[in-house]
Design a protein around this ligand. Structure first.
Ligand SMILES: [Zn+2]
Length: 163
C-alpha cells in the first residue's frame, strides 16, 4: 500500500527534500555558507530591470570568489549573479575596478598607492588622502550593506605587505 502511493506521486521525494531547512544559508550553486544582507542593499544594487524580483526579505551574499552568484534567498529561490548586479563585487574573481569604498568610489589600488607612495598607515590617513568614506551610505552602496572600514583596512594591510 505504501509503495503504491509512493509510485503514484513520483515527485514526493523531491517535495520532501526541498522542505525548508531553518537557517539554510548555503549558496545554491557552490554550497558555501553565505553572509546575510539587508533587503534595502539588494534592492539598491541589482540591475534596475530586476528590482521588482527582489522580494521583501533579506538575502545572503555568496562570499566564494570563484562563484558567479552574488545574492540569493534559499526560501524563495531568487538569485542574482554578478552580471545582474550594478557594481563589481570586490572579493569576486575579475572584479574591475575593485572598490574598497563604494560610496566614494575609492579603489583598492588607490588605497594601496596611498600606502606605498604617500605613507598612509591607518584608515584615517586613507580618508584624508583619497576622500574615502566622505559621503557614507554603505547600507545602499556596499554589496554587504556594511561600512567599508574593514575593506579599507584589508587594503592597507595589503599595501603595507607590498612595501
Ligand atoms: Zn556561490
Amino acid at each position: 500500500m505504501t509503495n503504491e502511493i509512493l509510485n503514484k506521486s513520483c515527485c514526493r521525494g523531491k517535495i520532501e527534500s526541498s522542505h525548508k531547512i531553518e537557517d539554510d544559508n548555503t549558496c545554491p550553486v557552490c554550497k558555501t555558507p553565505g553572509v546575510k544582507v539587508k533587503n534595502i542593499t539588494v534592492k539598491h544594487l541589482v540591475d534596475d530591470t530586476l528590482t521588482e524580483l527582489v522580494t521583501d526579505t533579506d538575502y545572503y551574499i555568496c562570499m566564494n570568489e570563484e562563484c558567479d552568484i552574488v545574492y540569493y534567498n534559499p526560501e524563495s529561490g531568487v538569485e542574482f549573479n554578478k552580471q545582474q548586479v550594478k557594481v563589481p563585487i570586490w572579493f569576486k574573481k575579475d572584479a574591475n575596478p575593485k572598490y574598497a569604498c563604494y560610496c566614494s568610489k575609492v579603489t583598492e589600488e588607490q588605497v594601496i598607492n596611498a600606502v606605498i607612495k604617500n605613507g598612509a598607515k591607518t584608515v584615517k590617513d586613507i580618508i584624508e588622502i583619497t576622500g574615502a568614506m566622505k559621503n557614507s551610505q554603505c547600507e545602499k552602496n556596499n554589496p554587504l550593506g556594511k561600512c567599508c572600514h574593514k575593506i579599507i583596512q584589508k587594503a592597507i594591510d595589503k599595501g603595507l605587505s607590498m612595501k
